[in-house]
Design a protein around this ligand. Structure first.
Ligand SMILES: *Cc1c(COP(=O)(O)O)cnc(C)c1O
Length: 434
């Protein structure tokens, strides 16, 4: 009864559930890699250290950063690490007043959470009606107490922040740093680089964009990259190449923002990412962003007559609908509700009947009936077309008789569990029939 991206379409916005080629699993499962121990002397693990070293160079080339650490084990862990680097940078300059971090209201929930865990105060900057950071709202927030800003670009609405050059100038101008949440790097790969946009620190989610299956709690890898002036602040240990060409592991030096995990992070995930980059190669890696963007726009344009599209511009890898155009609700002459319309939750539940995983719903919080769709670059035109067909069918059902949606799913093993109990006390095993 399991559902996975290998067997069905999984359009979960902001989560990048994309197909992971099995060759990368086979490589990560090779005996020589599997039997490694983190306490082995460096001279016995030269091949593995070379993977770290080359992966750092590859990610630096793709992102425009000067150096990376692979120590963080997840995206949120990378955010915390990046913010620790930001804080360390200000502290070692004796700039003790910088305790605030600016976060857009469209940000992923982990951004303000990571800032709070790092002991920084979160200041929210508003989005304008186009769904982009409102530069006029940002300006008065800037001052000598700002450690930096955390941004995603394209942002959580799938929109490219066109003012990023101006924003970088303003934040740097007040002495702050720019943090880039690169958890969803798909649309950028081969197109533009966060380093060129003016970002100083960033993280990637290897378990989203670089070919490790995710969901269910790991393992993950959230490497953190920095611009050249921040390289000395990267956590340790790290892999270096010595003059004689051999690879080595070096420990803490003076400025490093501490150690954030045991040893060098999740090697198996880094290895999969490296295999993924090498199998695509320099030319094909440039197609990732283009296909991720094309797929999202294709679905958006094919459905916008039956689902409300609050921001009707070209999107990047994902986009947000705000519920149904016609939800089937009816009002009596006196204004009372005669028939309840179908909600976003009802659409999501009905999708399960047709063998699709539901998209992300009720996030971001900017819209009441948000449906956030991210097809990723790995789905075929046939899959996108059958998803569009089903979404249109569901919209037609809602207009005709929303009750069909309200009682869905009809074909799943269970119908509507209490959402809170299901999340807090999940039953993940088959139960014996009583
Ligand atoms: C998934 C995601 C994160 C968090 O990554 P985890 O590995 O789940 O901690 C952060 N930011 C964005 C935009 C994401 O999509």
């Amino acid at each position: 009864m399991n559902f996975g991206v290998d067997t069905g379409f999984y359009p979960l916005g902001s989560c990048t559930m994309k197909y992971n080629p099995k060759i990368n699993e086979e490589i990560a499962g090779m005996k020589g890699f599997q039997a490694l121990h983190p306490l082995q002397p460096a001279c016995t693990v030269q091949g593995a250290l070379e993977v770290y070293y080359n992966m750092e160079k590859s990610l630096a080339a793709l992102t425009g950063m000067a150096g990376f650490t692979f120590n963080p084990c997840a995206g949120a862990h990378g955010e915390l690490t990046g913010l620790m680097i930001m804080r360390q940078y200000h502290l070692l300059r004796g700039d003790l007043k910088r305790t605030k971090v600016i976060v857009p209201d469209s940000a992923h929930g982990t951004n303000p959470a990571s800032a709070a865990v790092c002991g920084l105060e979160v200041v929210v900057v508003k989005s304008n009606p186009d769904g982009l950071v409102d530069v006029a709202d940002l300006k008065p927030l800037l001052g000598d107490d700002i450690a930096g800003i955390m941004m995603t670009n394209p942002n959580t609405l799938g929109l490219f922040e066109k003012e990023i050059g101006e924003i970088a100038k303003l934040v740097h101008g007040c002495g702050g740093l720019l943090y880039y949440d690169g958890a969803n790097m798909n649309p950028l790969i081969g197109m533009v680089r966060p380093g060129d946009m003016g970002f100083d620190i960033m993280h990637l989610n290897l378990h989203k964009s670089f070919s490790t299956p995710h969901g269910g709690g790991g393992p993950g890898s959230g490497p953190v990259g920095v611009c050249s002036k921040l390289v000395p602040y990267l956590p340790t240990p790290k892999v270096v190449r010595k003059e004689d060409g051999a690879f080595d592991i070096v420990g803490c030096d003076g400025k490093a923002a501490g150690q954030v995990s045991g040893f060098l992070g999740n090697f198996g995930v880094i290895l999969r990412g490296y295999a993924y980059i090498l199998t695509l190669g320099k030319q094909n890696v440039k197609l990732v962003g283009k296909y991720a963007t094309l797929g999202a726009n294709y679905i958006k344009e094919s459905l916008k007559d039956c689902y409300k599209l609050p921001i009707p511009t070209v999107c990047k890898h994902e986009f947000v609908f705000d519920g149904l155009v016609n939800d089937g609700s009816k009002k009596a002459a006196d204004g009372t509700v005669e028939r309840e319309g179908a909600t976003t939750l009802d659409v999501a539940k009905r999708l399960l009947d047709f063998g699709f995983h539901a998209p992300t719903i009720y996030f971001p919080l900017l819209f009441h009936q948000a449906i956030m769709i991210e097809p990723t670059e790995t789905e075929s035109l046939e899959t996108l077309d059958s998803f569009i067909e089903v979404m249109r069918k569901i919209a037609a059902e809602a207009a005709e008789d929303p009750g069909i949606l309200k009682t869905a799913p009809h074909n799943a093993p269970i119908t509507r569990p209490d959402e809170t109990t299901a999340a807090r006390q999940p039953v993940l095993k088959f139960q014996d029939e009583a």
